[in-house]
Design a protein around this ligand. Structure first.
Ligand code: NAD
Length: 491
């Protein structure tokens, strides 16, 4: 394997990967001169060094967003749409390079990274189409004395904070609707994956986004930098994707200025297989729901509840499929499963499996940390998992599948709902009426019925309970960046 970033992308569009802060349409170093080492998790070596932004840099980005705000809000929706459409086209044209970049800094298998780029670009296309569909209403007040006029206006300067697991898609899922709505923004990407965010900024600049409309501040000092931005009175919106723990902290921070929050937080998705399900389809769906992104997805199936009459057949076939997944460096096209993002993530996954095994779980495949460089953890399937095992309560965020039996529909639903999270639930059944009935009773924002995937830019993505507030994607995602203005008028 080659080891440097430039060996991988030499000759590609991004022969010079941006590594500065992107503020007011200019690339600049951190005001402290500090840098972040970006690590390739497949080989545990430094890929590139990126500016480590300070509080002052964060506030400079707010200043730039404020300077551009009125002009962007006044830019006709059609023009905003055309810029977003160009961003979609550029991103699509550069998909191969972007996918390599994602794979190098995040570790995910190249085919997952390619899927992510296609998904990420689609948010620009979808919101190019939504930008021209900002509507309002005009009605007569019930008493007949006046008119009620309702319109949508951009909410204002938006701080966008994104995780490392989908470094391109989580950025475009926020930037797309923010720009369509007429908001300027500051993106604070995850410290582990800044290169993809900077490449997205470059694409947006090339697509014609005016200076200051999108700013990117990479930093290791996420807490102080985001806090300073949230305490600047010009900021009116926080859109956050990440863990529930950090989400709670940011909700408290946002309370000081009563900033509107959209929160896409953690998950603990149940995957239910009923006795009337097509088992081959269920295994296929389980592979997608568990192994997309190597299990590092908020939507990843975390707990498999399978009817007792089919659990042995399901577990055997699923474990065989998992054992056949080829583990290797993300950028190797033959790889099916790359490493986890860092050492801490791998230690957490290993500890969760050890805890389950200690409580009596049976390992059908995997379960051992391999030796050598890279934060690898193998595809793992566990049965006979005790109800008090930690991995049933926590997000595993790795390629580990615990399988538990159930006997009745009520029992399956109660087990599925027994979590503080409520992002997505997977249901496999041959009976559509049962699927819809169970889906209504599951406490989650999204249901995948006989499917292993829900994510779609045209659909409202989001959770209930402690998985979040608000929705991303679809028209709902646009409204998260708009404020309702009511005008009472008599004529
Ligand atoms: P994280 O919460 O650790 O970090 C998310 C972002 O917040 C990063 O940019 C990080 O640098 C920043 N951050 C961390 N501490 C901060 C602080 N004190 N103040 C301000 N910003 C801070 O999450 P992660 O490990 O990057 O991502 C994994 C998590 O994201 C998982 O819990 C996963 O379920 C969740 N996630 C949710 C969705 C969704 O749509 N619901 C999508 C992807 C990931």
């Amino acid at each position: 394997m080659t080891t440097t970033l430039y060996d991988h992308i030499a000759g590609d569009w991004l022969s010079e990967v941006p590594t500065g802060l992107f503020i007011g349409g200019r690339w600049r170093p951190s005001s402290s001169g500090d840098c972040i080492d970006v690590i390739d998790p497949s080989i545990e070596r430094c890929l590139a060094r990126v500016a480590d932004g300070t509080v002052d840099d964060g506030l400079a980005a707010v200043e730039a967003a404020a300077a551009a705000a009125a002009g962007w809000a006044a830019t006709p929706p059609r023009r905003r749409a055309e810029i977003l459409r160009r961003a979609f086209e550029r991103m699509t044209a550069r998909a191969a390079t972007l996918a390599k970049l994602i794979s190098l800094e995040n570790g995910k298998a190249l085919r997952d990274a390619e899927g992510e780029v296609a998904y990420a670009a689609e948010f620009f296309r979808w919101y190019a189409e939504e930008a021209v569909r900002i509507d309002g209403s005009l009605g007569l007040a019930p008493g007949g004395a006046n008119r009620i006029l309702v319109q949508h206006q951009p909410v204002g300067i938006s701080v966008l904070v994104t995780p490392w697991n989908f470094p391109a898609a989580m950025a475009t899922r926020k930037i797309g609707p923010a720009l369509a709505a007429g908001c300027t923004c500051i993106l604070k990407p995850a410290t582990e994956t800044p290169l993809t965010a900077l490449a997205v900024a470059q694409i947006l600049a090339e697509a014609g986004v005016p200076d200051g409309v999108v700013n990117v501040v990479t930093t290791r000092r996420s807490g102080p930098v985001v806090s300073a931005m949230l305490h600047d009175p010009r900021v009116r919106k926080l859109s956050f994707t990440g863990s529930t723990a950090v989400g709670r902290t940011l909700l408290r921070e946002a309370a000081d200025q009563v900033i509107g929050c959209s929160m896409e937080l953690g998950g603990n998705a149940p995957f239910l297989v009923f006795e009337d399900a097509d088992l081959d389809a269920a295994v296929e769906g389980a592979m997608v729901a568990k192994m997309r992104n190597g299990g590092e997805a908020c939507t990843a199936a975390n707990r498999f509840y399978v009817h007792r009459s089919v659990i042995d057949a399901f577990a055997r076939t699923f474990a065989d499929r998992m054992a056949g997944v080829r583990m290797g460096p993300g950028v190797d096209p033959a790889t099916g499963l790359g490493p986890l993002v860092n050492a801490a993530s791998r230690s957490k996954v290993a500890a969760l499996v050890e805890d389950a095994v200690h409580r009596g779980a049976n390992v059908l495949t995997g379960g051992q940390v391999p030796s050598g460089a890279g934060y690898f953890y193998p595809p793992t399937v566990l049965t006979d998992v005790a109800a008090d095992s930690a991995l049933l309560r926590e997000e595993i965020f790795g390629p580990v599948a615990p399988i538990m039996p159930f006997d009745t529909e009520d029992e399956a639903i109660a087990a599925a709902n027994d979590t503080e999270y409520g992002l997505v639930a997977y249901v496999y059944t041959g009976d559509l009426a049962r699927g819809l009935r169970v889906g209504e009773r599951l406490e989650s924002g999204m249901i995948a019925l006989n499917r292993g995937l829900v994510s779609d830019p045209a659909a409202p993505f989001g959770g209930v309970k402690q998985s979040g507030l608000g929705r991303e994607g679809s028209h709902h995602g646009l409204l998260e960046f708009m404020e309702v203005k009511y005008i009472a008028t008599t004529w």
